[in-house]
Ligand binder design. Structure first.
Ligand code: PPE
Length: 303
């Protein structure tokens, strides 16, 4: 990671190297942290953050689920993100707001800990390897956490222990990414992305109730499908339905739209990937301010 100049911490910009926490920070021990992943892109009008409000709404909802009082409004956090991007050298960047129970009290009870909020930004390139070649994925033996045990729709650090285990298993077995099934054996998502498939021209993705994080990129692709008159369903899929799909792709802020070329040794998309390609093209153009009707999704932060 290339250091930037500033990090926003509890209301002010501090030098990158000074953005530190104590080792007895409550959230580090007990997993009480919620975060976001947002991207800023270059557009003809300057640097712009993509779907900032949608990301911050999810951030506030994650905090609400965990009873964390952030002490800042959506507008205040949005302004802080903008100020941070303006202060750092990397303009096309990844933005990471995080809220966590801070230093002061130990013991499981999170209610007595003060909540800290921080925002960092840095340059983050290709996330799942070579986009042109496509991703080699595997179905994980780790099941996706169940909302009876953890609030899966909160983007909380604790949930990522599940993702991390699946990711390590995939990488050490020679794959690029894991696909997690839920406790009923239905497809949920990747370790850090949602998943879509195409069969006979029909685009589909698992419903929120399957146990996924409801992705903003997923929502963006659903909007593209509507606008392009592509038949689209939210429906459950089994592993074998993925194996026999015409196309499969991942969506996420870090990953973008990432084509899957193989799942557990079964080749996917060998007859071409027209829907994936269209979605990737629209996403690239929309994020860079090249499609008028999607300009509403961009918040320009610097000229
Ligand atoms: N599911 C999971 C589990 C997930 O982590 C992400 C984003 C998504 C779906 C897609 O959500 P969205 O970005 O709103 O389309 N993963 C973030 C964290 C990646 C990381 O390694 O850190 C991201 O892409 O920013």
């Amino acid at each position: 990671m290339k250091a930037q100049k500033k990090i926003w911490m509890d209301g002010k910009l501090v030098p990158w190297d000074d953005a530190k926490v104590h080792v007895l920070t409550h959230g580090l021990h007990y997993g009480m942290a919620v975060f976001e992943g947002i991207r800023a892109f270059s557009t003809a009008k300057g640097t712009a953050i993509f779907r900032l409000d949608a990301h911050l709404e999810r951030f506030l909802n994650s905090a609400k689920i965990y009873r964390m009082d952030l002490g800042y409004s959506l507008k205040e956090i949005a302004e802080a993100c903008a100020e941070l991007v303006r202060s750092n050298p990397a303009k096309e960047c990844y933005i990471r707001p995080i809220a966590f129970t801070g230093y002061g009290e130990m013991g499981l009870n999170p209610l007595t800990s003060k909540v800290s909020v921080a925002i960092a930004s840095w340059e983050w390139g290709s996330y799942l390897g070579d986009a042109e070649k496509g991703v080699r994925a595997t179905i994980s033996s780790w099941a996706r956490i169940d909302s009876r045990a953890m609030p899966v729709q909160a983007k909380s650090a604790a949930n990522y222990a599940n993702s991390g285990l699946a990711k390590m298993q995939a990488l050490t077995s020679g794959f690029d990414e894991a696909i997690l099934l839920n406790s009923e054996g239905k497809v949920t998502e990747g370790s850090g992305e949602n998943i879509f498939r195409v069969k006979d021209g029909v685009l589909s993705t698992p419903p929120a109730t399957s146990g996924i994080l409801r992705g903003i990129t997923r929502d963006t692709v659903i909007q593209f499908a509507k606008d392009e008159d592509i038949t689209f369903y939210r429906n459950d899929a089994t592993r074998e339905e993925l194996y026999t799909s015409d196309e499969v792709f991942f969506t996420g802020t870090a990953a973008g739209i990432a084509k899957v070329r193989e799942i557990d040794g079964r080749r996917i998309g060998y007859d071409g990937t027209p829907v994936t390609n269209l979605m990737a093209k629209l996403y690239d153009q929309a994020t860079h301010g090249k499609i008028k009707k999607y300009e509403k999704w961009l918040t320009t932060v610097s000229a």
